[in-house]
Design a protein around this ligand. Structure first.
Ligand code: AMP
Length: 408
């Protein structure tokens, strides 16, 4: 944990700012994360990631740089026309308010020639990096070929910063004096630092989601930094089962009973107050039309499963959230995708929004909680909503991200 704090602090000090540099006449390679969802008509259904990269692109073109955008899209196995970045060029151009050119070749003479034909302030998007197996393998030759596209390298793809791929980490070796953090990347690192390094007390972590197994490292790693821990979602029932409660058919990882108990012991030893739900909403099937009821968290009848927390738990969580000055939220409190079981996640989101309005710093990070705050229209009421699911999780777990390490 100390390592990650020092790492973040050092990063912030050592980050070279693109705003302070003049890139006039330079060709700047920008690794962005345009891995956006497409519908069956190959239209972009959520453009958050594209918008998030705009401040960096606009800063560079305002300085008169030529911008070469590199990204991946999906997980193609070789060339896959459905996953061509050509499908998103017009969307990106609309958002930027300027035409973005497209190169069907990612590297090689044709790609270099396309880039050379750009004028100052123009932008080009290269074809999906992952059409080349070498990208995810972190291949040096491929990274060198990518590096030949420009004079400087900016990484603004926080979403892939936890991967040591050719375009996210290895390429940086070819720009020892000309590698920079993009503005989004910087904001993400600052938000983590605000939480882990400078968080005003009491610091609260709300960790929900389906399974204890996927959140163990983050839970362990956070115990040194927090004063309160709210545990929610499907994870709860492994803890309740371990404590001898009746959990019916609720999701549970019995193998992790001992781990769950030892985590509670560690929390107590570190004076972290752990808050589990006391009442839950139960259903007789994992279905939107299931019969439902409320009961105590440790008295769930056979053949029933708990899919959300209940009103008493929510009222208690609200008190804890309102007392907190620094809040991390990762993972929903229930099966928020199904309306009857969304109240816990919505209620908690509203509490975090209220607390943020009263001055707390709130960071929402990691896949499903981000989806939930967006779905319930609470996104703009949080201090920071991370764009990088896996990358945010790994940095909160105390891991060094290759994409960040490569820039230093
Ligand atoms: P994660 O990706 O680990 O953050 O888990 C998110 C998923 O956990 C969401 O799809 C939720 O529907 C699911 N989830 C939350 N609460 C429960 C629960 N009580 N039972 C089963 N799944 C749950």
């Amino acid at each position: 944990m100390l390592e990650i704090i020092l790492f973040l602090r050092n990063n912030l000090v050592r980050m070279k700012r693109i705003e302070e540099k003049n890139f006039r006449g330079k060709t700047v390679i920008v690794r962005v994360d345009f891995n956006v969802p497409l519908n069956e008509k190959l239209e972009v259904t959520d453009d958050t990631r594209i918008r998030a990269a705009m401040p960096t692109i606009k800063t560079l073109i305002k300085q008169g740089a030529k911008c070469v955008l590199l990204s991946h899209l999906g997980r193609p196995k070789g060339q896959d026309p459905d996953l061509s970045l050509s499908h998103i060029v017009s969307k990106c151009s609309d958002i930027l308010g300027q035409k973005i050119h497209f190169s069907s070749q990612t590297t090689g003479k044709q790609a270099v020639d396309r880039v050379s034909s750009l004028k100052s302030g123009e932008v080009i998007l290269m074809e999906n990096l992952r059409f080349h197996r070498e990208e995810t393998k972190g291949d040096k030759v491929f990274a060198k070929a990518l590096a030949e596209l420009g004079d400087a390298y900016v990484n603004d793809a926080f979403g892939t910063a936890h991967r040591a791929h050719a375009s996210t980490a290895i390429i940086a070796d070819y720009f020892p004096n000309d590698k920079y953090f993009g503005l989004l990347m910087r904001k993400e690192v600052e938000a983590i630092s605000q939480l882990m390094d400078k968080g005003e007390k009491p610091v609260l972590a709300i960790i929900g989601g389906a399974k204890v197994s996927s959140k163990l490292s983050i839970l362990e790693s956070l115990l040194d930094k927090i004063d309160d821990l709210i545990i929610g979602g499907g994870m709860v029932y492994t803890f309740i089962h371990a404590q001898g409660g009746k959990i019916g058919d609720s999701i549970c990882e019995p193998d992790l009973k001992e781990t769950a108990l030892s985590l509670l012991e560690k929390a107590a030893a570190k004076n972290v107050r752990v808050h589990l739900p006391t009442d839950v909403k139960i259903a007789d099937a994992f279905d939107v039309n299931a019969s439902t009821n409320y009961c105590s968290v440790d008295q769930i009848p056979d053949n029933w499963m708990a899919l959300d927390c209940g009103p008493n738990s929510l009222a208690h969580f609200d008190t804890i959230v309102m007392q907190a000055k620094t809040i991390l939220w990762n993972g929903p409190l229930g099966v928020f995708e199904l309306e009857p079981f969304s109240k816990g996640t919505i209620g908690l989101g509203e509490s975090v929004a209220k607390s943020t309005k009263e001055g707390a710093f709130s960071l929402v990070g990691g896949g499903d909680s981000v989806a939930a705050v967006k779905q319930f229209g609470l996104e703009n009421q949080m201090s920071y909503v991370s764009t990088g699911g896996g990358a945010m999780l790994e940095s909160l777990e105390g891991k060094q991200l290759p994409g960040i390490a490569a820039l230093i």
